[in-house]
Every structure is written in C-alpha cells, then in structure tokens.
Ligand binder design. Structure first.
Ligand SMILES: [Ca+2]
Ligand SMILES: [Ca+2]
Ligand SMILES: [Ca+2]
Length: 291
C-alpha cells in the first residue's frame, strides 16, 4: 500500500494527493484499521453524499472563552481587534499518534495591515490543559510566557518583531534581520525564545498581504521531524525523543494566534488532514472535487 511511502516523503504525499485513485485506496484501507471519530464522520458523509471535509467542528474545537470562532469551515483565530488570544485544537478523539506520520494543509490569512500583529502558530502539544491550552496575547503568541504551552513544538508565523524596542517584549531577540519570520520553537517561559529552522522575510516584505496562502505541516514519524512549507519558505526540526519533547507519544494539534496593541484579522481553513497515517477526509475531498 501507499501509506508508508506517502508519509515518508512529503513531495510524494502531495503528488499522490492529486491522484484520486490512490487517495481513494488509502481511505479503503484506513477503514479496516482505524476506528476514530473522523472515520465515523467519513461514513456519515458518504451516506449524505456530501463527500467533503465539510465541518471542522467535527474534528476541532476552539479554546472556550477566548477570541477564536468557527463559521462553516472558516476558523477565525483572532478578529481584527487589540489584545486577543485564541486557539483551535483537535478533539481528544483525534489526537495524533506521533509514531505515525501526520500531515496537515491549510490556507492561512494573516491580515491586511503590514504593521499589524502578532501572528499565528501551528502547534503539537501534550499540555496538561489539553484542548484548552493557551497562553497570553501579544508577542507571547498564545504560546510563550508564564502560562506557556507545555510539552509542545510550534511553527510560528510571526508578523511582528518583538526585539524589546516596543512594549518591552523580547521574544524575537535572536531574529535578524528584525523582520517578520517563520520558525519552529519549543514554547517556554522566555523572555527570549530560540527560533529554530528560521526564515526571515527580507526588508519591506510582510506576511499580511490580505490574501490566503497555502501552508503544510508534516510530521515524519521515522525521523521524528516536523517540517513546514509556507510561501516558498521551508524548515524542519528533529526532536531527539518523544518523551523529552512531548512527555509521551500522543498530542493535540491545532493553531493559536494573538493580537496586541497592534492587530489583524487572522483566519485559516484546513484543507487536508492525515492523522495516524490515514486521511479519509482528504480522499473524500479529492473525490468530490476532481473525481
Ligand atoms: Ca506585521
Ligand atoms: Ca513576535
Ligand atoms: Ca518569533
């Protein structure tokens, strides 16, 4: 079967994702092995003839009492207003087994104001708070600081450089040049967060261009490596031990994002998902739109 081959090589996965017959075969095999909430949704979708990843709330929920909301398949992580923090996490029944490959593709909207803030992050985490985990707004990105997300690995898409010159936040002090950036981080208290697999935008470039752009996140189980690909920027980071990084082998996954004194509307739409080596909803979507 194609599952292992697809999971190991991102390029192969993306290639196969465009081939209806192969992804359909993945769905067929997954039914024999896995019994997840996602799978029961798959069956009901087939019966209803919808054939798409149509309801993000069947797999995810927003952090209660914070700034995020879901309307149809569109997730608003933060509205365009100051000092917001929000998050979207997988349900407990859709945690990721990190001994298997994982893949997620989404369309990200980082806002329209180049001088806005603060950004969003994809996160895999095994925080004791589970799918209510979040930290402070502003440069903390919902990730860092006193209430940081524990047992986690994040890919931050950071739209505001916190070098200490404004608001006293120094999270980005190791980033040069002092521009917007994307990086993999291990959330912690700070006051500076080490940016790994760092890509920094050139002077005068901004992520907040008022358009949706595709992003992919892949976990390679055999090498324990998390990779991202966003707007031509790629990076990856290998962890030494699942126990050391995550405190176990099962994690919640999702997104957090914040605004501070500066703000932006920040939204996302998940378009592909492969959990524990399978992606039934992906197959359905491909079949629906192309088959
Ligand atoms: Ca900005
Ligand atoms: Ca920042
Ligand atoms: Ca940063």
């Amino acid at each position: 079967m194609n599952i292992k081959k697809i999971g190991i090589a991102t390029t192969a996965l993306l290639l196969c994702a465009n081939l209806p017959m192969q992804t359909h075969a993945m769905a067929a095999e997954s039914k024999q092995v896995y019994a997840t909430k996602a799978e029961s949704k798959l069956k009901s979708s087939q019966e209803e003839g919808q054939g798409s990843f149509s309801d993000v709330t069947d797999y995810f929920s927003v952090v209660p009492g914070k700034s995020s909301s879901i309307e149809k398949n569109m997730v608003t992580i933060t509205p365009n207003s100051p000092r917001q923090a929000g998050g979207l996490w997988s349900d407990a029944s859709n945690k990721v087994d990190l001994t298997k490959n994982f893949h997620l593709k989404a369309d990200l909207f980082m806002g329209t104001d180049p001088n806005g803030a603060d950004g969003m992050a994809f996160v895999m985490q095994n925080d004791p708070r589970g799918n209510t985990a979040i930290s402070a707004n502003g440069g903390a990105l919902g990730l860092y600081g006193g209430s940081y997300i524990k047992n986690a690995l994040a890919v931050e898409i950071d739209t505001y450089i916190n070098d200490g010159s404004e608001y006293g936040e120094t999270w980005d002090r190791d980033v040069t040049p002092k521009n917007e950036h994307i990086a993999i981080t291990v959330p912690g208290v700070g006051p500076v967060i080490e940016h790994k697999a760092l890509n920094v935008l050139p002077n005068g470039a901004y992520f907040e261009d008022g358009e949706f752009h595709e992003v992919t996140f892949d976990w390679n189980a055999s090498t324990k490596t998390l990779s991202y690909n966003y707007r031509g920027y790629t990076g990856s980071y290998q962890v030494q031990s699942l126990e050391d990084t995550f405190g176990g082998s099962e994690v919640f996954f999702g997104f957090v994002g914040t605004t501070g004194d500066r703000n932006n509307l920040q939204q996302l739409k998940i378009t592909e998902l492969q959990i524990n080596g399978i992606s039934p909803e992906l197959a359905l979507e491909i079949n629906d739109t192309k088959g």
